[in-house]
Design a protein around this ligand. Structure first.
Ligand code: NAD
Ligand code: MN
Length: 358
């Protein structure tokens, strides 16, 4: 029997509510499967920790989780602390040093859930967005000078390295190849951003030679938003920069019915470091503490976590349980127009896991 070491980092706001639910569901699926268990260590890092210690996580925080098999993350974001401090102090402080350079974001319209796109039904929207997660616009390069004077100047420099772009491109082509349609869209903005984005296009053309069986096309990011809304059926796998894919994937989440459903995997494909799984959404200050956060994004992220650990049977069982539950409007939280609570959805998913056949 494999015992996986899971690091749970609930973070702030509804992050804490959905991660607690996610851990329960992962433990239930492990019990049902019988072939593996989780040893869960919880780390109370985030905004409250910051208020007590002046930092989002301890100095040796990464060392504490480096040898875990996977990380389940909630959200970094606290109403009393500026967002750039919470984000850089926790989420990016884990993603970047652990070289989780491939951020994978599947989007589907799950059974029972209505897309705001009137003409889209069920399987017509089935995408995976691959976000470059280690450099680009979020490289952290830049600075501010002359603060407080009329000459105040600030820069955020987008930094792209050839190895960084090559590895994400190869990852995206491989992922596209593994899906039935073998179709990849490479998103850039190489008309206006004439240096790095042109290199991105060139590298895409080079890497494409290694994947003659994958059909691929290129889109400018602004036109891509239009295509996602107007012709969602024409899209399968997408690769884009850190910033572009961040924005496109929130749009994708909304088009699938709710931000509360959308999952993410922050992968270190070489497995030198643990990978991290989290719902796309943030702390949701407007609904925190009310017990109505939709936990489906965290459950779907847990499916990605199980796949990463090689527990494919358990992953499929959990995904089926999720779909069974979303299919019934009785279990829709308010973001989906229903009245269900986090606890009610969680209990329903656990019941579906228990009842699921092999
Ligand atoms: P948000 O995702 O927290 O909320 C956006 C809207 O979606 C809100 O109306 C919220 O109620 C709703 N929503 C989000 N998740 C939901 C769920 N599971 N169930 C039901 N409704 C849900 O985004 P925001 O308001 O821009 O950010 C709030 C805070 O979270 C900020 O501090 C921000 O920096 C942080 N944040 C963190 C992450 C992260 O850690 N990965 C991601 C996004 C935002
Ligand atoms: Mn985002």
């Amino acid at each position: 029997m494999t015992a996986f070491k899971l690091a749970a980092i609930p973070g702030d706001g509804i992050g804490a509510e959905v991660v607690a639910a996610g851990v329960e569901v992962l433990e239930a699926v492990a019990r049902r499967d019988g072939g593996f268990t989780f040893r869960v260590d919880e780390f109370a890092w985030g905004g409250e920790y910051y208020k007590a210690h002046g930092r989002m996580m301890p100095e040796d925080g990464r060392a504490q989780i480096q040898n875990h098999d996977a990380i389940l993350f909630g959200s970094a974001g606290h109403p009393e602390i500026p967002d750039h401090i919470t984000l850089w102090g926790l989420r990016l402080a884990i993603c970047q040093p652990f070289d989780q350079y491939a951020n994978v974001r599947p989007t589907r319209v799950l059974p029972g859930i209505t897309s705001p796109l009137r003409h889209v039904h069920g399987k017509e929207l089935d995408w995976v967005i691959v976000r470059e997660n280690s450099e680009g616009e979020y490289a952290g390069v830049g600075g501010r000078v002359h603060q407080g004077s009329s000459l105040e100047t600030a820069t955020d420099v987008a930094m792209f390295t050839r190895p960084g772009v090559e590895r994400i491109m190869r990852f995206a082509f491989e992922l596209a190849r593994s899906r039935p349609r073998k179709l990849l869209t490479v998103v850039t903005k190489s008309n206006a951003q004439r240096h790095a984005m042109v290199m991105w296009d060139e590298i895409a053309t080079e890497v494409a030679q290694e994947f003659p069986d994958v059909t691929w096309d290129r889109m400018l990011v602004d036109a891509m938003t239009m295509r996602m809304v107007a012709k969602p059926q024409s899209i399968d796998t997408v690769v884009a920069t850190n910033l572009h894919a961040d924005i496109l994937s929130d749009l994708a989440a909304a088009l699938s019915g709710s931000l509360g459903i959308a999952p993410t995997a922050n992968l270190n494909p070489e497995r030198t470091f643990p990978s991290m799984f989290e719902p796309i959404h943030g702390s949701a200050f407007d609904i925190m503490g009310q017990g109505i956060a939709n936990p489906i994004g965290t459950f779907w992220s847990s499916v990605l976590l199980l796949e990463h650990l090689g527990e494919d049977t358990a992953a499929q069982r959990l995904m089926k349980a999720i779909e069974q539950v979303t299919a019934d409007p009785e279990f829709h939280t308010p973001d989906l127009g229903g009245e269900a609570t986090t606890v009610k959805v969680t209990e329903a998913v656990i019941a579906a896991i228990r009842g699921a056949n092999e």
